[in-house]
Design a protein around this ligand. Structure first.
Ligand SMILES: *Cc1c(COP(=O)(O)O)cnc(C)c1O
Length: 487
């Protein structure tokens, strides 16, 4: 990279500023100048002065430093960083969708409502649920919504003594966090030696104080909960509800319907399973699917179809379920994400979704086989769409973080590192269905080279990355002493 370019990225726009430079392409003023009626101009407001080209180059260079699915292999386990078909973006940008306003009258946005209605119907079918609300704008918000619904459900039944939510120790951190936010108490259930929820431990805690269980299937070890039906039965027998964390639907869509397994309520992550880009904070969408008994508590607005058979017309209108817990968002949720998910499901169809799930599982197992002789596996079982390795090499001081940082030097985004918490030195790898064999082979090869380096030259791993614009960061200090401003 030429020195000047490098220079311009290392600096902030404020440091690049040069008095008198501007992007001002306005024509000469041809009306009389007047004073502003109020004092809006602040003397102390330091704005950077740059030419348009300076600004464009600065931000383009910054953007090129981002790693993205469009830029390379991104095996971030539990996040499902799969390819996002570009046709989804084209659809989301169609004027009728992108330019509509959330406060428009229903009869002027019938197309939007039809899309939402069909998406609700498709998600019902995919998950095996009686009703779906598209309201929540993230998986975590779906969890919170579901827990608030569970609370309302038990309140109506006079079962206010149900204060506990059972959560496996392999669960995503949002599960206990949502539980606490909803006013429940989180009780951790251990995993057994096969990486599944410990059934015996579950049985000892299932009683009338339990409001429900939150379970991720396949779990965050990438393993199918083999006893899922017994687990569900056990929780139902003590009067509790079962929440499914649907973040891992990429392994199941078109193959297994969580509703058929007895799951009462589940969030989907449209931004993981249904072809919507994510990362960097959003936007996401976490619709909720529920069984019949919880349908009345869903947050609105939801969309329904009214059939005018005389005129052979359909129309779509908004409604709010009778015992709703209220709104979770000011308007409809992440509408642009609905369009992408709709386009994705439409493009693939039932058979395509199933093939995607099967390929995601195949790809994960292929990688697992390539790597199992090099790194210890957390559990030696056929995996679903992801698997967990341990970033340990016998006789070497190298840790998972060193391996992840070194992968950056080989142009790969690292896997999820140090999660799930129950595996020491965890490296959680999710290749997704959209990567080809050459990419998977190249990734496995890089991890094999790194394993050799761990023995021959551990220092190169401890000090990695070496090819990135910034080297190893002090992540603890960065989190504790936030510096969010350039000045
Ligand atoms: C991503 C994820 C969540 C949370 O979803 P967000 O949309 O990021 O809020 C919950 N559980 C699991 C297992 C996840 O992977």
């Amino acid at each position: 990279m030429p020195e000047t370019d490098k220079h311009s990225i290392e600096k902030t726009v404020y440091e690049l500023s040069s008095t008198g430079r501007s992007t001002n392409l306005m024509p000469e003023c041809d009306v009389p100048e007047t004073e502003l009626p109020v004092d809006l101009l602040r003397e102390d407001l330091h704005l950077s002065e740059l030419s348009e080209l300076d600004v464009v180059r600065h931000f383009i260079h910054l953007s090129q430093r981002n790693f993205s699915v469009d830029g390379g292999f991104y095996p971030l386990g539990s996040c499902t960083m799969k390819y996002n078909p570009k046709v989804n973006e084209v659809c989301a940008r169609l004027e009728g969708f992108a330019q509509s306003h959330p406060l428009q009258r229903d009869d002027t946005v019938q197309g939007n409502l039809a899309l939402m209605f069909e998406l609700q119907e498709w998600l019902k079918e995919i998950g095996g649920f009686a009703a779906v609300s598209l309201q929540p704008t993230a998986g975590a918000q779906g969890e919170l919504t579901a827990l608030l619904m569970m609370r309302a459900y038990f309140r109506d039944r006079g079962e206010t003594g149900r204060t506990q939510i059972l959560i496996p120790d392999s669960a995503h951190g949002t599960n206990p966090a949502s539980t606490t936010m909803a006013g429940f108490e989180a009780l951790e259930i251990p995993s057994d030696e096969h990486g599944n929820l410990d059934l015996a431990a579950l049985r000892t805690v299932c009683d009338v104080s339990v409001a429900g269980l939150m379970i991720t299937n396949p779990n965050t070890l990438g393993l199918f909960e083999r006893d899922i039906e017994t687990i569900v039965q056990c929780v139902h027998d003590c009067g509790g509800l079962v929440y499914g964390d649907g973040a891992n639907m990429n392994a199941l869509a078109g193959v297994v319907r969580p509703g058929d397994l007895g799951i009462d309520i589940m969030h989907y992550n449209l931004h993981k399973t249904f072809g919507t880009p994510h990362g960097g904070g959003g936007p996401g969408s976490g619709p909720l699917g529920v069984s019949e008994k919880l349908a009345d508590y869903l947050p609105g607005p939801m969309v329904r179809q009214t059939n005018n058979t005389e005129k052979l017309q359909f129309s779509f209108s908004l409604f709010t379920p009778e015992k709703t817990i209220g709104r979770m968002n000011s308007h409809f949720g992440s509408f642009g994400v609905f369009v992408r998910a709709y386009a994705y499901i439409l493009q693939h169809g039932a058979e395509g979704l199933k093939q995607n799930a099967l390929h995601a599982v195949l790809n994960a197992n292929y990688l697992r086989e390539l790597l199992r002789s090099v790194y210890p596996l957390s559990h030696d079982r056929i995996c679903m769409h992801e698997f967990v390795l341990q970033g340990k090499i016998e006789g070497s001081s190298v840790r998972a973080v060193d391996i992840s940082k070194r992968l950056l030097d080989y142009d790969f985004h690292p896997p999820t590192t140090y999660f799930p918490l129950i595996v020491s030195e965890a490296l959680m790898i999710e290749p997704t269905e959209t990567e080809n064999k050459q990419t998977l082979d190249a990734f496995a090869e890089a991890l094999k080279v790194i394993a050799r380096e761990a023995t021959d030259n551990p220092e190169i791993l401890h000090t990695a990355p070496h090819t990135m614009p910034v080297g190893r960061l002090d992540e603890v200090r960065a989190a504790r002493q936030l510096k969010l401003r350039g000045d």
